[in-house]
Design a protein around this ligand. Structure first.
Ligand SMILES: C[S@@+](CC[C@H](N)C(=O)[O-])C[C@H]1O[C@@H](n2cnc3c(N)ncnc32)[C@H](O)[C@@H]1O
Length: 202
């Protein structure tokens, strides 16, 4: 089995995904593990994985073309600690991930869907955050960021209803300098990213 792989099959269970992606088995066996949900072109994930080779970094993304291009970069850098999964975020979180798996979950620059008629497509809601919080280990960190001010307000409202999460900006102190691909693009246009960093109460 190749060390590098995108798991593109329907994930019928986490054990099956682990059987196909060696880095996931390591994560399930107790290594620290981080999830980049909607990883896109993967600039953030690659830097994170290079900085922490002892951690498993899982990238989940809907667009298979993006994942294929990202896999080439993973191979070129020989990053054995990256697992790439083709997954739809809601379905992945709701039905496939085991509870209490991740030390950190990053949801960075999710599509803002600015038009009123598209708002229902937004990923970040209190229901979604409640569900994703159960996938964090106690004490684990949820890292949300967007360049879109109205969406950021939505983040704040969604977080308010979740007593199991407390604000902890230090939760990403070691990686605050790592930029996502979209962040670089927004910053070139003079926009800045707003973040919320939360810790699951132990
Ligand atoms: C605006 S891009 C941000 C990518 C990356 N996080 C960054 O900051 O550079 C949003 C990404 O989320 C992916 N995406 C959108 N909806 C998704 C969903 N329901 N499940 C998984 N990925 C999704 C898109 O394909 C895209 O790559």
């Amino acid at each position: 089995m190749s060390q590098f792989h995108i798991f593109t099959g329907a994930i019928r269970g986490w054990q099956e995904a682990c059987a196909h992606v060696p880095a996931l088995a390591t994560a399930t066996a107790g290594a620290a593990v981080e999830l980049d949900l909607g990883c896109g072109k993967g600039g953030f994930l690659l830097e994170l994985a290079e900085r922490y080779p002892e951690r498993t970094v899982v990238g989940a993304e809907l667009m298979i073309g993006r994942l294929k291009r990202l896999l080439k970069k993973v191979e070129a850098r020989e990053l054995a600690n990256v697992a790439l999964l083709r997954a739809e975020a809601w379905e992945f979180v709701a039905f496939h991930l085991p509870d209490a798996l991740f030390d950190r979950i990053h949801v960075l620059c999710p599509d803002p869907w600015p038009k009123a008629r598209h708002r229902a497509n937004r990923l970040v809601t209190s229901e979604f955050l409640g569900r994703i919080t159960t996938k964090l280990r106690p004490g684990g960190v949820l890292h949300l960021a967007t360049d879109d001010p109205p969406y950021f307000e939505r983040f704040r409202g969604a977080v308010d209803g979740l007593p199991e999460l407390t604000l902890d900006p230090d939760g990403i102190a070691d990686i605050a300098d790592i930029k996502t691909d979209f962040q670089r693009r927004w910053e070139e246009q003079g926009k800045s990213l707003q973040r919320i960093v939360l810790r699951r109460t132990p």
